[in-house]
Design a protein around this ligand. Sequence first.
Ligand code: ZN
Length: 145
Amino acid sequence: MVEQLDELYREVILDHFKNPTHTGELPEAQVKVDGANPLCGDELTFHLKLDAGRIAQVRFKGKGCAISQAAASMLATQLEGKTTAEAQHLIDALKRLMQGQEPNPSIDLGDLEALAGVRKFPVRVKCAALSWNVVEQGLKANAGD
Ligand code: ZN
């Protein structure tokens, strides 16, 4: 399916898929959360280490299609160093991006912008969105206790 994307998007996505960053585990992470997209068979586990309200480190493990795994790598890159509030703003911007709305220009999406190319394929939006849905769930659960 990645072949159907515009070349620029495709290159960024395939690069993250083949050479993902932030893979692994953080045994001391306060946030450990996983999720799946059964429509495609994508699975992701995220570990987030928090320090004074900031996401100090992010690691993920997963399996599935190129889009789901590339999105996780891109998201991990953007999340590190952000406060949990900034992380939520980023997630909100990504949701708007996938709905075809213009995200807030003050939010730096980094390589995640390449996922705009996936909007044309509604069934694949779930692959892309799995990463931030999982992280959002983990941050909300952590904030609640
Ligand atoms: Zn997928």
